[in-house]
Design a binder for this molecule. Structure first.
Ligand SMILES: Nc1ncnc2c1ncn2[C@@H]1O[C@H](COP(=O)(O)OP(=O)(O)O)[C@@H](O)[C@H]1O
Ligand SMILES: [Mg+2]
Length: 262
């Protein structure tokens, strides 16, 4: 309880870098499109939200990972813009680094250093911290997660769930205004998912969680349904998730695995 209040105060006290317009919704996608291999992967995505926990649900291949990379400014949109807290995340990479963080499904794709402490310190150095500042902030982050004893632990000795927590700590140490989650919980058992979700909720960061699994998004404030690169519905979880689940069950009774789209 006391901990979440501390996080909240710090979040309120932060000043967004880059161009800001306080009247703007903090998450703002306008006419966003992406193409690859001559095909439209995402089209006409417009989404404005000030919700604290935003979710996107969609089946495999609907464009979720492409959307999460565009949101983090890692891909150049073919059309439209992504503005987070007033920052155009592709055009202004420096401001984007302070504004958005991203967690991928596979921690092996994210972790590059041999020890937990080095991994967390790296992101802080990227933000311009000196080695001493990064060391101090790394210790503070580990302490906040009750993991002070992980500082020199080799990442290779950790379980999959623990590796996910390292990625989460490394990203949250950078204090992003928005944390993008590209199915980071896929394949984890229920207790591990619940523990990681609790850490996320305490972090104070706005969440943009993308998943194929309705169970991941049940407690979210506002949901969007992504289908073949377009948003086809939006609404609260109590309305949208049963509709999504019914449609997935209906599709599951068919045999569309046979289709090969060239
Ligand atoms: N660089 C690319 N080149 C060609 N096709 C791509 C590329 N990136 C994604 N796609 C295609 O776009 C669709 C959406 O991919 P993706 O965003 O990974 O979906 P999801 O994460 O929902 O499974 C898929 O059909 C995928 O094959
Ligand atoms: Mg994906």
């Amino acid at each position: 309880m006391g901990r979440s209040l501390v996080y909240k105060r710090r979040r309120c006290g932060r000043v967004a870098e880059g161009e800001t317009n306080l009247a703007e919704d903090p998450v703002r996608l306008d006419g966003l499109g992406y193409e690859a291999g001559g095909q439209a992967i995402l089209s006409g995505i417009t989404l404005h939200s000030g919700a604290q926990k935003i979710g996107v649900v969609g089946r495999n291949g609907s464009g979720k990972s492409t959307l999460s990379r565009l949101m983090a400014g890692l891909l150049k949109p073919a059309s439209g813009t992504v503005r987070i807290e007033g920052v155009d995340v592709y055009a202004d990479r420096r401001a984007a680094l302070r504004t958005v963080g991203i967690l991928f499904q596979n921690p092996e794709h994210q972790i590059i250093f041999p020890t937990v402490g080095e991994e967390i310190a790296f992101g802080l150095r990227q933000l311009g911290a000196t080695a001493a500042e990064a060391q101090e902030q790394t210790r503070a982050t580990l302490l906040r997660f009750d993991r002070a004893h992980w500082l020199d632990a080799p990442v290779s000795a950790l379980s999959q769930g623990q590796k996910h927590l390292v990625c989460m700590m490394a990203v949250l140490a950078m204090q992003p205004r928005l944390l993008i989650l590209d199915e980071p919980f896929a394949g984890l058992d229920i207790p591990t998912k619940r523990q990681l979700a609790r850490h996320l909720d305490r972090s104070g960061a706005r969440l943009f969680h993308i998943s194929h699994d309705p169970a991941d998004l049940a407690g979210y404030d506002q949901l969007y349904w992504l289908e073949q690169g377009r948003i086809i519905a939006e609404g609260p979880p109590a309305v949208l998730l049963p509709e999504f689940t019914a449609e997935m069950m209906r599709l599951g009774d068919q045999d569309d695995l046979a289709d090969i789209s060239a």
